[in-house]
Design a protein around this ligand. Structure first.
Ligand SMILES: *Cc1c(COP(=O)(O)O)cnc(C)c1O
Length: 415
């Protein structure tokens, strides 16, 4: 990088599947990011619900450096202490009991690929069907893209892996679709990429009852909602059900790439030697860092903090009284601010100008997913910056009399 700008370098050298990069960040500290010009931003996206402890947290830094200096990788021919400790911790936090098992991968998509194979192992040829929800997001690899309920993302990559059906997110649709040819139902407890969309009341309880009756697995995609983000360790726990499996990634590594499939009960017996694998998955470095991140979430009671700060943010955003805010969805620190006009991209741009990073989950939803470590200072800083950003957009808009621009098809954002 000598006589070209970073935008030119990015435009020339990086894959074009992401749009133009919005900033060049060079450093992070706590809940703040710093760009190449030294400008400071409050980070209320946290790398898409990934940086649970914020940036450069001493626990994260210490775990990476210590484990890198001890043992990083040996392959899955061998076990390592951090891997065993993390598996045991995930079983405890998820409440699997002794029969639970953990598969480690390196991303959300890999966790869901493992879940897909788990479903096939359970279903065999007698149960070729897998049900997921319209609008749901489960990844972009060829297997997980079939699970993802967004036809626009699939269109250029047909044909999809067969057997997957996308149904409406209603209990009636699930009841109508389930039979003894369904291997598994895979759902997000809150649809993050769709714009922080909650399931209908009672959905998970009904899904558990109905899948038990049909002999199908119930798999919960907790990749975005897990590791404390929604004010529970895992969002399914609010429904008081026991699933057959959950998938994890994003927040569990606090910025270190890692994913996991955690199985319960009978589902833990499905994989047998030779049926799945990963070279990097669950290596000592990744599992040591994730273990330290989860340890800090427990020690500092960040699950409780996520719940409390989420309430504080909801009240604060409502209290701004902006005509652009129509409502707030989500739980804990995974919030979707519903806008009354399809101006989410303009709000994101205005926020960045004001020194705030947020995300447009679609045309009329702002997604907030700050670090779980935020306190009063960050909440207040956010409210001031968000208020200013909304005001900038409002001033630029000629608001018509009907503040109800119908939300149209959500824009697809890279995830
Ligand atoms: C992000 C996400 C994925 C995919 O994770 P990657 O690490 O990007 O592969 C899958 N499911 C959900 C619910 C997600 O939010």
């Amino acid at each position: 990088m000598t006589d070209t700008t970073w935008q030119e370098d990015a435009g020339r050298d990086l894959v074009r599947s992401f749009g133009d990069r919005m900033a060049l960040f060079v450093r992070g500290e706590g809940s703040h990011l710093f760009d190449d010009a030294g400008r400071r931003y409050l980070d209320f996206l946290a790398g898409i619900a990934v940086d649970s402890l914020g940036h450069a947290h001493p626990v994260f830094v210490d775990a990476v450096s210590r484990q890198a200096a001890t043992l990083a990788h040996v392959s899955n021919y061998f076990a390592t202490p951090p891997q065993l400790a993390l598996a045991a911790r995930l079983k405890r936090l998820a409440g699997t009991g002794p029969e639970g098992r953990v598969y480690f991968g390196n991303s959300g998509a890999e966790a869901n690929e493992a879940a897909f194979k788990l479903a096939r192992l359970h279903g065999g040829s007698a149960r070729p069907r897998i049900l997921t929800l319209k609008g749901g997001f489960h990844g972009r690899t060829m297997g997980t893209l079939a699970l993802t309920g967004k036809p626009a993302l699939q269109a250029d990559f047909l044909p999809m892996t067969p057997g997957v059906e996308h149904i409406d997110a209603t209990i009636e649709a699930l009841e109508a679709a389930l039979d003894d040819r369904v291997a598994a139902v895979l759902v997000e407890p809150i649809q993050g990429e769709a714009g922080v969309v909650e399931l209908p009341e009672g959905y998970l309880t009904a899904a558990r009852r109905l899948t038990e009756a049909s002999g199908s697995l119930l798999i919960i995609d907790e990749i975005q909602t897990g590791a404390g983000r929604t004010g529970e360790w895992f969002a399914f726990q609010r429904a008081g059900i026991v699933p057959d499996a959950i998938t994890l990634a994003k927040g569990m590594g606090g910025g270190f790439p890692i994913g996991a499939l955690v199985t319960f009960g009978h589902a833990s017996d499905l994989f047998f030697p030779g049926t799945h694998g990963s070279t990097f998955g669950g290596n000592a470095l990744a599992t040591a860092v994730a273990g330290a991140v989860l340890d800090e979430i427990e020690r500092a009671d960040l699950v409780q903090n996520a719940a409390a700060r989420g309430e504080q943010l909801r009240a604060g955003i409502t209290g701004l009284g902006s005509p652009l805010v129509g409502g707030i969805r989500g739980a804990g620190l995974l919030l979707g601010v519903a806008l009354t006009h399809p101006v989410a991209k303009a709000v994101v741009a205005a926020a960045q100008e004001h020194g705030l990073i947020v995300n447009a989950a679609n045309d009329d939803t702002i997604r907030l997913a700050p670090p779980l470590t935020i306190g009063d200072a960050e909440v207040n800083e956010f409210l001031a910056l968000f208020d200013a950003s909304l005001a900038t957009v409002r001033d630029a808009l000629i608001l018509d009399e009907t503040p109800d621009a119908t939300p149209d098809t959500p824009a697809e954002v890279p995830a």
